[in-house]
Design a protein around this ligand. Structure first.
Ligand SMILES: Nc1ncnc2c1ncn2[C@@H]1O[C@H](COP(=O)(O)OP(=O)(O)OP(=O)(O)O)[C@@H](O)[C@H]1O
Length: 279
């Protein structure tokens, strides 16, 4: 039987081998503790992501995945090391990096359309009224929400709310999309549909994506590479797995392949190994 072999286990090599749109170098994040020592969350993370690459980050709870994503978003600052997007050091949030959260974070007093429009107004200050209307309509249609455009968040389902969050992030045309367990709160059926929808959008208009997930199948289906984190504290990148399937992807065909089976087992074994180590 064939066995999945990662193309490169050496993360230093990964930094060199991909086009460096997002570059994370020797990233350390620690928090001061009451006894005046430091709690080290991330300890020397090196990763680079291409401008049209979809990356997933998987690791056990508390290892620092959200912290890593928040530093890239500019919502947290690094203790040391550097994070650059397109050559520019990231120091604060910016419209070129949009975040999609697990808990939707929509404004309940605004309709679906108004939630998207608010972001467009904030960021695309030079667009005129007609352009803004057309951008909002285009992105409503992209996530199949045109019929629900005038509803309020509490009148729509979780899957629909997440589609609003995705449309809102994409409408301001970011260079990079950051997603923190975007499908985590959804039932399996809705999750599958939304994964397909996001992948369709991305396959038609590729951009850099960094997505946190707990789901190995989701990571394989959607991403080009899977970053496996070691357990915290002082977490790091354990391995980076290349996903050997071309886009557009056919989930059923992938699932039936030997390569899928081997990659999936490889990732699950990695996570099991780290889980049992710290039990
Ligand atoms: N502001 C903070 N102050 C102190 N410690 C923090 C702070 N934010 C996060 N941490 C700690 O950093 C570690 C990593 O947290 P983080 O939320 O990044 O993990 P995660 O991998 O995203 O977890 P999960 O999968 O459960 O969401 C945890 O031990 C957490 O308690």
């Amino acid at each position: 039987m064939m066995k999945y072999t990662p193309t490169s286990i050496d993360t230093e090599q990964q930094v060199m081998s991909h086009n460096n749109f997002l570059e994370i170098e020797n990233l350390v994040k620690s928090y001061p503790t009451p006894d005046k020592s430091n709690f080290v969350v991330l300890d020397g993370v090196n990763l680079s992501i291409g401008e049209d690459e979809f990356i997933s980050v998987i690791g056990h709870s508390g290892c620092g995945k959200s912290t890593l994503l928040k530093i890239v978003a500019g919502l947290e600052t690094a203790t040391s090391g550097s994070v650059r997007l397109d050559g520019k050091e990231i120091r604060k949030p910016g419209a070129e990096r949009m975040m999609v959260f697990q808990n939707y974070s929509l404004l309940p007093w605004l309709t679906v359309r108004e939630n998207i429009r608010l972001a467009v107004d904030e960021v695309l200050k030079n667009a005129n009224r007609a352009e803004k209307i057309s951008i909002v309509n285009e992105h409503l249609a992209m996530v199949n929400l045109t019929p629900a455009a005038d509803k309020y968040p509490d009148e729509i389902s979780g899957g629909m709310k997440q589609r609003v969050g995705i449309a809102r992030a994409l409408a301001i045309r970011p260079k990079m999309l950051l997603m923190d367990e975007p499908f985590g709160a959804l039932d399996a059926l809705t999750r599958g549909k939304l994964q397909r929808q996001v992948l369709d959008i991305w396959e038609n208009n590729r951009q850099a994506v960094m997505m946190i997930t707990h789901d190995v199948d989701e990571a394989i289906y959607m991403s080009d590479r899977i970053v496996l984190m070691t357990n915290g504290p002082a977490a790091n990148i354990g391995e980076i797995l290349e996903v050997p399937f071309d886009h557009p992807r056919d989930r059923a065909a992938m699932r039936n392949s030997q390569e899928y089976f081997e990659l999936r087992n490889y990732a699950l074994n990695f996570l099991d190994r780290y889980f049992t180590q710290n039990e």
